[in-house]
Each structure stands twice: as structure tokens, then as C-alpha cells.
Ligand binder design. Structure first.
Ligand SMILES: Cc1cc2nc3c(=O)[nH]c(=O)nc-3n(C[C@H](O)[C@H](O)[C@H](O)COP(=O)(O)OP(=O)(O)OC[C@H]3O[C@@H](n4cnc5c(N)ncnc54)[C@H](O)[C@@H]3O)c2cc1C
Length: 339
């Protein structure tokens, strides 16, 4: 048995005690073509670790693409940004505002790296990465070449993309390209922002930051990965049946006729805020956030997550699926395979 020697505890914002067999911290994209992926065995690409939970020791190699650099190309009607994968997302949002290039302010304070942003098409307050993503530069492992994928090739959806599906495990994002139109339109459709009248981009940014700070626990204080579950999307029939029983239920109509429900509200209605199993707990203010409050183990977290899933299913007949990536000994796994 090979000893697991690289601690991952500080590399994931859920901070479970886990080790990896090997860790490769890369500073330049060129280093990717030096890796012999055929001989490497299992590997996991890690950015800021704010959406990845290592439930136990990992037998493979963790690869951290820590490439840096932001290039700006000004056009008549837009700013074109080329951003390396290792740049921090929130710092990019701040940088753009400082340079008077608005657009990303609704996505302020989302933790993690720019290279991870396309994976689940990060989104908040009515805006998502796909609204600005022009291309993704992708190191294709099979050909050992960097390929440019246009946004239309990325299959972006709600917390979803082709990187989670057909491209999974086949490459590494080295940079993203964003287009920020000069004609700025504030996106104020979400509660908390609707009240703003003709705001500046900075006012939208400040409001988003203030809302998020009041609602979400800071992972530096209480380890967590933000929303543990995705907001479930249901068909009209299911929505109308639920709405008949729960008139105050928040719901967001989708363009395709489906309806997105608020997972946090469903969990809260089950009376689960503050529920603790071992060292893992449902946050006392934000039910969608599971936290590591007292040296949680992977088992504590899985038991808690399954408990939440079961209670919501029993009460609403709605299935919650994790938004977070769960990594077991051999690699990525899913809640239904665990426990
Ligand atoms: C407090 C808090 C609030 C949050 N709020 C939001 C929110 O409002 N909206 C939202 O969408 N998300 C939110 N998240 C989730 C998280 O911030 C995002 O998913 C973010 O994009 C993860 O970035 P990361 O670098 O930490 O990713 P990691 O956890 O390191 O990785 C996430 C996934 O991306 C893959 N990956 C990472 N980098 C690369 C790369 N270069 N190439 C290929 N694959 C890669 C990993 O293998 C993994 O599958 C929140 C998290 C926290 C802790």
C-alpha cells in the first residue's frame, strides 16, 4: 500500500482530513504536455477546492493548474478578456470593476478559480458564466494539444456543461475568454436587487456582496462548499401540485416551461436547519449549505446529506442532487453510491 502523503485539508473549503498519493502544482500550461497521462493513473483537477470534497484519502494524483495572467483586448463595442485558469474568480470581478468594465458584478464573491467557472457554469442573481463566456481553452489529453472551444461547444446549462459530461476526465481548462459588452445592462431580476433604482455597477456589486455576506457562511470561518444541492427543476404538473399545497413556495419559471424550485426552502420546510450528525451540520441560517462545524468525517457528511435528501423526498416527492463534487478513494463518486 502506497502511503498517502499530501494533505488536501487546506485545499478544499470543506476541509475534511484527507490525503492524496501525489500532487502536481503546475505554473505553466506547457507543463501539461510533460505529464505522461497513460502512466499517471487516476487524477483529479483541483482549482480552489470550493466545490470539491475529498471524503477520504485519494489514491490518485491531484493536479492544480495554477496558471496566471489576464489580457484585455478593447473593441468598439466590448472588452475581450483572456483569463488564465488559476486566476481567482472574485478577484477577476473586482479587477473588471476597477477598470470600468462592468458585467460580472452579480457573480461577485463566488469562490474558486476561473478555470473551474465553466465546469458548472457558475451563476448567481440571474447571471451565469455562459452569458459572458466566449471560449474555453482546453488542453486535450489525447492529442496533448490546447484546443479552443467556442461557448456554443461547451453545452452550458443550469450548473452544467459538457465538461461535466462528455469531456469529463479528457482535458484541463487552461484559460477562458470572456466578452463584456460596453453597453451595460444591470440584471436586477432577483430579490434584493429589484429595489435598486438605476444603480451603478459598483452599487450592484456592493449589494450582491452584502446579501451574500449576510446569508452565506465564510468557508474561512465555517468550512463549507456553498450550495450542497442543486435547485431542483421540475415539470409544470409537479410544480402546480406542490404550489397547491404550499402557496408561499418560491419558484422560478424557466424558458423551456420547467420550474426551478429553491432547494434551501424545501430543506428549511423539513425543519432541518441546524441538524447535526457527528461534526457535519445543516447551516442554521442557510439550509442549502452543509457545514463542517466539528471536525466532520466524510461519513458524517454523507449521512447528513442522505438524511436531508430523504426528508425532502418524503415531504415533497422531489429528488435533491448534489451540486458539489464528491471524491472517494478512487475518484469522483455520487451520493447514491455511498453509505
Ligand atoms: C461559500 C460558497 C459560495 C458559493 N456560491 C456559488 C454561487 O453563487 N454560484 C455557483 O455557481 N457556485 C458557487 N459556489 C461553488 C464554487 O464556488 C464554484 O463551483 C466554483 O466555480 C468552484 O471553483 P474552484 O476553483 O474552487 O473549483 P474546484 O472545487 O477546485 O473544482 C470544481 C470542479 O471543477 C474542476 N476543475 C477545476 N479547475 C479545472 C480546470 N482548470 N480544468 C478542468 N477542470 C477543472 C474540478 O475537477 C471539479 O470537478 C460557492 C462555493 C462556496 C464555498
Amino acid at each position: 500500500m502506497v502511503p498517502h502523503k499530501f494533505s488536501l485539508q487546506s485545499l478544499s473549503t470543506f476541509a475534511l482530513p484527507a490525503f492524496a498519493k501525489n500532487l502536481l502544482h503546475l505554473r505553466q500550461p506547457e507543463q501539461l504536455s510533460e505529464i505522461d497521462f497513460d502512466r499517471l493513473g487516476a487524477f483529479y483537477i483541483l482549482g480552489g477546492g470550493s466545490n470539491s470534497i475529498f471524503l477520504e484519502d485519494y489514491v490518485g494524483t491531484v493536479i492544480q493548474p495554477d496558471f496566471k495572467g489576464i489580457e484585455i483586448n478593447e473593441r468598439a463595442e466590448s472588452w475581450q478578456l483572456h483569463v488564465a485558469a488559476g486566476e481567482n474568480w472574485h478577484q477577476l470581478v473586482c479587477f473588471c470593476l476597477e477598470k470600468n468594465m462592468p458585467g460580472l458584478e452579480n457573480l461577485a464573491l463566488i469562490p474558486g478559480n476561473c478555470g473551474a467557472a465553466p465546469i458548472q457554469n457558475i451563476g448567481a442573481y440571474g447571471v451565469e458564466l455562459a452569458d459572458f463566456c466566449h471560449y474555453v481553452d482546453w488542453f486535450d489529453i489525447e492529442s496533448a494539444q490546447i484546443k479552443r472551444l467556442q461557448s456554443s461547444d461547451c453545452g452550458f446549462g443550469y450548473r452544467d456543461s459538457n465538461f461535466k459530461r462528455m469531456l469529463k476526465g479528457k482535458g484541463i481548462i487552461v484559460a477562458i475568454g470572456l466578452t463584456l459588452p460596453k453597453q451595460w445592462q444591470p440584471q436586477l431580476s432577483y430579490p434584493g436587487l429589484r429595489e435598486l433604482e438605476q444603480p451603478t455597477p459598483k452599487q450592484v456589486f456592493d449589494t450582491v456582496v452584502a446579501i451574500r455576506q449576510s446569508k452565506l457562511p465564510d468557508p474561512d470561518d465555517i468550512p463549507n462548499v456553498g450550495s450542497f444541492f442543486k435547485n431542483p427543476v421540475v415539470d409544470q404538473q409537479c410544480f402546480l401540485a406542490l404550489k397547491a399545497d404550499y402557496q408561499s413556495m418560491p419558484a422560478f419559471q424557466q424558458a423551456d416551461g420547467t420550474v426551478k424550485l429553491a432547494a434551501g426552502w424545501l430543506i428549511d420546510q423539513c425543519g432541518l436547519k441546524g441538524t447535526q450528525i457527528g461534526g457535519a451540520a445543516v447551516h442554521h441560517r442557510q439550509a442549502l449549505v452543509l457545514t463542517n462545524i466539528e471536525q466532520s468525517s466524510g461519513d458524517d457528511l454523507i449521512t447528513l446529506a442522505k438524511h436531508v435528501q430523504t426528508r425532502v423526498k418524503e415531504k415533497f416527492a422531489v429528488e435533491l442532487t448534489p451540486e458539489v463534487r464528491l471524491i472517494g478513494a478512487d475518484g469522483e463518486t455520487s451520493l447514491d453510491k455511498l453509505g
